[in-house]
Design a protein. Structure first.
Length: 235
């Protein structure tokens, strides 16, 4: 039975449709909460898959959140070992920094639903299931990152150019959220209430309306994206 290790940062940002794919395929899933569970004791190469989820902190804030140092060390060792690793939002930023790239505040929030602009490499990858202009995805971040050395850029938006990258044959970083499900988004609206109140041009009612419009269409696309990537890295 293949094993997946999921690292979360806030309880309401879960693996969503990605978790459903793993469960349907019979994977053994272990979920740890960064900051609560000890990541320093883990064997970075042990699990067949490492999935790193999002969260509202900056990966560069390791002085405030010292657990980030253990998380970065774990991810760096796993990436260097060539083991399948996928990061979403903060998870992608952790991967970028672990690979030596700069992660920093982007100067503006990108929160809401909008499509991706795929590069030629992105169009040829599993991201093709989220076709530009057809399937808006959820964005929820204010940080960005430089593209890691030897990484391949897969997707951009008009706000931030680095939205997805691959590195080697088994690592994928996604700044956006293809894993979200309609039923879970209300928890985000509650959990991120303070951030939303301070973000100009973004409202809870507007996000809720856009979620009802777009999330159901994203769910099968997100599952297809993850399933194809999983098949590739596990073959």
């Amino acid at each position: 039975m293949p094993t997946a290790l999921i690292i979360g940062h806030v309880a309401f940002e879960d693996a969503g449709s990605f978790g459903r794919v793993l469960a349907q395929r019979g994977w053994k899933i272990r979920t740890l909460q960064a900051g609560c569970d000890d990541l320093s004791a883990l064997d970075p190469a042990a699990a067949d898959l490492l999935l790193i989820l999002g969260g509202p902190i900056g990966v560069y804030e390791d002085d405030l959140y010292p657990f980030l140092r253990d998380e970065l060390a774990l991810v760096e060792r796993r990436l260097r070992a060539g083991r399948p690793t996928l990061g979403v939002c903060l998870g992608a930023q952790v991967m970028a920094r672990a690979l030596g790239a700069r992660v920093y505040p982007g100067g503006r929030k990108e929160i809401g639903w909008s499509p991706l602009i795929l590069t030629p490499a992105g169009t040829a990858s599993c991201l093709r299931h989220i076709a530009a202009g057809q399937t808006p995805v959820l964005h929820w971040h204010g940080d960005t990152f430089d593209l890691p050395e030897a990484a391949t850029l897969l997707a951009s938006t008009t706000v931030y150019p680095h939205q997805a990258f691959s590195w080697g044959s088994a690592a994928l970083g996604l700044q956006f959220h293809p894993e979200v499900e309609t039923a879970g988004l209300e928890r985000w609206l509650i959990g991120h209430a303070c951030e939303l109140a301070g973000t100009a041009g973004v409202t809870v009612s507007g996000l809720r309306a856009d979620t009802l419009r777009w999330a159901a269409g994203l769910e099968p696309c997100g599952r297809a994206l993850f399933s194809e990537w999983l098949d590739q890295v596990m073959s």
